[in-house]
Design a protein around this ligand. Structure first.
Ligand SMILES: [Zn+2]
Ligand SMILES: [Zn+2]
Length: 252
């Protein structure tokens, strides 16, 4: 499917979801919306769609020109060791998509509905889509899940359509890690999540192909540690799907 066809599909999903809710203000910028049956103003809708259009590196998810792609990644990730085999993403961590995904962490769980159509348009086109056996949300430590009341990655996972893959919550976070704020170094992030995950004793990951689901991928340390744990548990392949990828600046 060409980029143009995907954008067309994304617009179609957007229009579909706009019929579901009818607020008077934009959920993102709070600007008053005059047009009926809209949940995001045209500017915010365009911002989100614009952030989904670029070519991106299938290893790290960062924007990259078609000519910047090397066999093992892009110039920004060529030296990074990946435990996940590839990543698909909705868009970059900026503008309206950034704000929408951040709000999803702060009790605005209804926003997952607004993004799910677009997320599925991308997810269903991922080259690894047909191979997936289990969709595994990146887990929160139980204390954080308790304080937030939900795991946003599980909410996203529940909105992804797949003809055969099932959601598994047999990957758990056993270490209470610090939040991964955007400005810490990649090494700090990796250290922060080292040995933070484990597969439940009765997991069924052996020889299975798994797609991890996360809301935001920053350095990739969390997804990487999850993928490493899943592979140690016997997973055949581990892919990742993120709503948004931060760290477009390689110096991040
Ligand atoms: Zn807006
Ligand atoms: Zn890359």
């Amino acid at each position: 499917m060409t980029k143009k066809a995907i954008t067309k599909k994304l617009k179609f999903f957007y229009q579909g979801f706009n019929h579901l809710l009818w607020p008077a203000v934009c959920i993102n910028c709070r600007q008053k919306i005059t047009e009926q049956r809209k949940d995001l103003c045209p500017e915010c809708t365009d911002q989100i769609l614009a952030s989904t259009r670029s070519h991106y590196c299938p290893h790290c998810g960062r924007n990259v020109s078609m000519y910047g792609l090397l066999e093992d990644g892009c110039p920004a990730c060529i030296d990074f060791t990946f435990h996940f085999d590839a990543i698909a993403r909705l868009g970059t961590y900026e503008d309206a998509l950034r704000k929408t995904v951040l709000s999803l962490k702060h009790q605005k769980t209804e926003l997952v509905d607004h993004l799910s159509g677009m997320a599925n348009a991308v997810f269903s086109q991922a080259h690894f889509f047909p191979q997936i056996d289990f969709i595994v949300p990146v887990p929160l430590h139980w204390t954080r899940r308790l304080s937030r009341g939900y795991n946003q990655s599980l909410l996203i996972a529940k909105k992804l359509y797949h003809p055969s893959a099932r959601i598994s919550i047999d990957l758990v976070r056993i270490k209470k890690t610090k939040p991964q704020p955007v400005m810490v170094t990649a090494q700090n992030r990796a250290r922060n999540v080292a040995d933070a995950f484990a597969a439940r004793r009765d997991h069924r990951f052996a020889n299975k192909t798994i797609c991890l689901v996360d809301d935001i991928k920053t350095s990739g340390a969390t997804l990487n540690e999850c993928a490493k744990t899943l592979k140690q548990a016997g997973a055949k392949k581990v892919f990742a799907f993120a709503l948004t990828v931060a760290g477009q600046n390689p110096g991040y």
